[in-house]
Design a protein around this ligand. Structure first.
Ligand code: KMH
Ligand code: ZN
Length: 279
């Protein structure tokens, strides 16, 4: 089994300081959180940019400031969001990809998102993939629902994507696939050969699904974007607290945790992963 890659989703687009007082917002706060998480065993940080007032932005300079601040503190892989916040245009959401980060998320379809709709039109998704390829960015395909994995399979048939590639099962968003063991097992059963996967369980689903991933050979995403509570009714003090817990469970299960360069090797960062037909 590969070493465990832990992703820390530090900020997200929706969580507020009112809900989670330790939420990192400024580039310096995000860099501090990234450093703490890296020290605790994270090899990837998934980042969203915020304006000083806490509102979400996909502006390239805001992401530039975050990437530079993180780079100055540690060697963790910086994965930018192209999901942004609900209601943003594809144009807006694409901006951080122009900075050629090591990784970016690519949502594989539309889904209800609480009371909102997270819209991902097929033509926009294709545009995101093209932009990532053009800038040498490794995509993490975000799977919120079973149909999203079917879309990825169609992309494979068309020659747009080939193994090895990496997906994130985001489970427990109200309106999408539930954060249950059965949902994870189904998605895993449908994963194309040669793909790696990470699970991001939302809210109370975070810990049980993470433990399943450790046992099954998947990878784990934790952090305030997905969950603000360490346990029922107890807010986490930091993103790193989640990472520490997962690293301890994984080591106890005899599965060592990947360092950033080991995660780069596992994810093909620094290698050309385009299918031959697209190279
Ligand atoms: N904020 C969500 C609507 C991503 O980062 O790629 C989308 C999201 C996914 O967070
Ligand atoms: Zn995100």
């Amino acid at each position: 089994m590969d070493k465990l890659i832990i992703t820390a989703a530090l900020t997200g687009a929706e969580v507020t300081r009112e809900q989670q007082p330790a939420l990192p917002i400024s580039p310096a706060e995000i860099a501090q959180a990234a450093w703490e998480c890296a020290r605790a065993g994270a090899s990837i940080v998934h980042v969203h940019a915020r304006r000083p007032d806490g509102s979400s932005t996909q502006d390239a300079p805001a992401y530039r400031a975050i990437i530079d601040a993180v780079r100055a503190r540690c060697d963790v892989i910086v994965q930018v969001s192209t999901g942004g916040a609900v209601g943003m245009s594809a144009e807006e959401r694409l901006a951080p990809v122009t900075l050629a980060p090591e990784m970016a998320t690519l949502s594989m379809g539309s889904v209800n998102f609480g009371d909102d709709v997270f819209l991902n039109a097929p033509t926009d998704m294709q545009r995101f993939l093209d932009a990532m390829r053009a800038h040498g960015v490794v995509p993490e395909f975000e799977i919120f629902d079973a149909g999203h994995l079917a879309t990825l399979a169609r992309w494979m048939k068309k020659g747009l994507v080939a193994a090895p590639a990496h997906v994130d099962f985001v489970l427990g968003v109200p309106g999408a696939m539930p954060g249950t063991p059965e949902a994870l097992m189904y998605l895993r059963s449908q994963l194309p050969a040669g793909f790696s996967w990470v699970v991001a369980g939302i809210g109370a689903a975070q810990l049980p699904l993470a433990m399943m991933a450790i046992a099954l050979g998947g990878h784990v995403r934790v952090g305030f974007e997905d969950n603000i509570y360490l346990r029922r009714g107890v807010l986490a003090a930091s993103n790193a607290q989640f990472v520490e817990r997962i690293a301890a469970i994984s080591r106890a299960a005899d599965r060592p945790v990947a360092a950033p360069d080991e995660a780069r090797a596992l994810l093909g960062i620094g290698h050309d992963r385009r299918p031959q037909s697209a190279a």
